[in-house]
Design a protein around this ligand. Structure first.
Ligand code: HEC
Ligand code: HEC
Length: 430
């Protein structure tokens, strides 16, 4: 155990046991994991001794700068230049041999920050294109589609696709991880054999040539579990190497020679973040309780009935089962089938396919869990719903639904003002 980790263990123990007498020893790991989640990692100095090895290119110094309090990115999405650490990750790609591939210079994600002496890959500028949609009762709603541009030397040259994604809320991840694969397989209907127009699939993630696993985390649902997801976060967002993603230079490409040559936090052949550190962060996330919801006083049963009747629940599965460590099954309510669906052209990010993501294509997204929707909508930075935060309200989010969800959306458009209000009241109570 390194010196700083020892210090952390001692100081966190003081917090855990000094603060709450009931804190049991088995919660110690979660306390440590929380400290690691909030820790601003530091870059390696010119000597290779004792430093974390943040970067050389990165998007934030801490997990918690994107997931505040384990929650969603607290970002105000406005036109203009975005701050370097904006709670977003922007995936990019190019076309190689007729297939979509990571970008030859930028890699698979744009890093907006760099260690001293190196330049970030670029900064982000945001603009919106607006249009209006009309509901059956005559109400008009303005929708805005974000356009992200990469500013800087490398700019947006040769970009075949750009996929901006907002850091999601992590509460309840431990339960999502425990939904058995057999349950996902039972919900999936890739060829729409039941003819309801909805064909969810289990996303398949690629982790090297031979490692292809069924996924469930991330907006495209392609990370299989928390260990993979967190290792990807260390790699892409922080530039730190873990056993699952051992490149000390993170997402730097061979075109970025000065990044490859920069000091790293470990000797070649070893990693910057050992598996025990990854495991502590996993324990913290597993201990994060499910979103509490806004617990409305009013009766929301009318809205709940409408939600089911117009087909929202076909993807936003109200009840899921988690298999607890004890082997017991537990019902919980994430309002997601954890499958990916074709959501139509309006939400597509052009990450069409190729070697980058074998199943989740441009139009495919994992059903966003709706638990915690009420507090998200009420957040002071704005609701920022959907993968890139474009929707400012529940109604806007619904109106962006297309593809397999086109029918459900149309039924929502046709609701009377009163029924629509009931539906929204139900959703904002989640
Ligand atoms: C630069 C911002 C940023 C940082 C820093 C960051 N994340 Fe994330 N996180 C994201 C984004 C964006 C996604 C969605 C990724 C996707 O869809 O591919 C995400 C997704 C996740 C998920 C999956 C949640 C779900 O339900 O799908 C987990 C778990 C997670 N991050 C944990 C972490 C941990 C642990 C760290 C620190 C090691 C971290 N993140 C650092 C932006 C960030
Ligand atoms: C075919 C599957 C499907 C159906 C049917 C469906 N949704 Fe969704 N929903 C999704 C997916 C996938 C996303 C994430 C899309 C994205 O982020 O680009 C989503 C996102 C949302 C969000 C945004 C959540 C957030 O935190 O960002 C809301 C709100 C929502 N859906 C409500 C509804 C309602 C209400 C209905 C019924 C009118 C409905 N959905 C029907 C698949 C579906």
């Amino acid at each position: 155990m390194s010196a700083w980790l020892k210090t952390l263990v001692v100081s966190s123990a003081a917090v855990a046991f000094g603060g709450a007498a009931s804190a049991a020893e088995d919660s110690m790991d979660a306390v440590l994991g929380k400290a690691l989640f909030e820790r601003p990692w530091v870059s390696a100095p010119s000597s290779t001794k004792a430093a974390d090895g943040l970067g050389p290119l990165f998007n934030a110094r801490a997990c918690s700068s994107c997931h505040q309090g384990g929650g969603r990115a607290a970002v105000s999405l406005q036109e203009g230049d975005l701050p370097a650490s904006a709670g977003l990750a922007v995936r990019v790609g190019a076309v190689k041999d007729g297939k979509l591939a990571p970008h030859p210079e930028l890699g698979l994600q744009v890093q907006t920050m760099a260690v001293p002496g190196l330049k970030p890959e670029g900064s982000l500028r945001l603009s919106f294109e607006s249009h209006t949609e009309q509901l059956a009762d005559g109400t008009t709603v303005e929708l805005r589609r974000p356009r992200f541009a990469i500013m800087g030397e490398q700019g947006s040259s040769d970009l075949a696709w750009i996929s901006p994604r907002l850091a999601p809320d992590l509460h309840g991840s431990g339960l999502l991880e425990r939904v058995p694969l057999s349950r996902l397989a039972a919900l999936a209907d890739p060829d729409d054999l039941n003819g309801d127009g909805i064909s969810g699939s289990i996303a398949m993630g690629h982790y090297g040539e031979l490692d292809i696993e069924p996924g469930r985390f991330g907006w495209k649902g392609d990370e299989p579990d928390l260990v993979h997801q967190i290792s990807a976060a260390f790699h892409f967002d922080l530039g730190l190497a873990t056993p699952l993603r051992p490149d000390l230079w993170g997402d730097c490409t061979i075109a970025e020679a000065d990044c490859l040559a920069a000091p790293h936090g470990a000797a070649p052949g070893s990693v910057e973040i050992e598996s025990n550190i990854v495991a502590l962060v996993v324990t913290y996330l597993r201990a994060l309780p499910a979103p509490a919801g806004s617990r409305p006083n009013a009766d929301v049963s009318t809205g709940e009935t409408i939600f089911a009747k117009i087909g929202c629940g076909s993807c936003h599965t109200p009840q899921q089962q988690a298999e607890l460590a004890s082997g017991e099954m537990m019902w919980f309510s994430p309002y997601s089938d954890l499958l990916v669906h074709d959501m139509g052209e309006g939400l597509a990010d052009r990450a069409a396919d190729g070697s980058v993501s074998p199943v989740a294509g441009a139009r495919d997204w994992r059903t966003a869990p709706l638990w915690g929707l009420g507090p998200r909508v009420a957040a002071k930075d704005g609701a920022n719903l959907l993968h890139d935060g474009r929707a400012r309200s529940v109604l806007e989010a619904i109106l962006w639904h297309g593809g397999e969800a086109a029918q459900a959306k149309q039924r929502a458009v046709e609701l009377s003002a009163q029924d629509r209000a009931a539906l929204i009241a139900f959703l904002e109570g989640l």
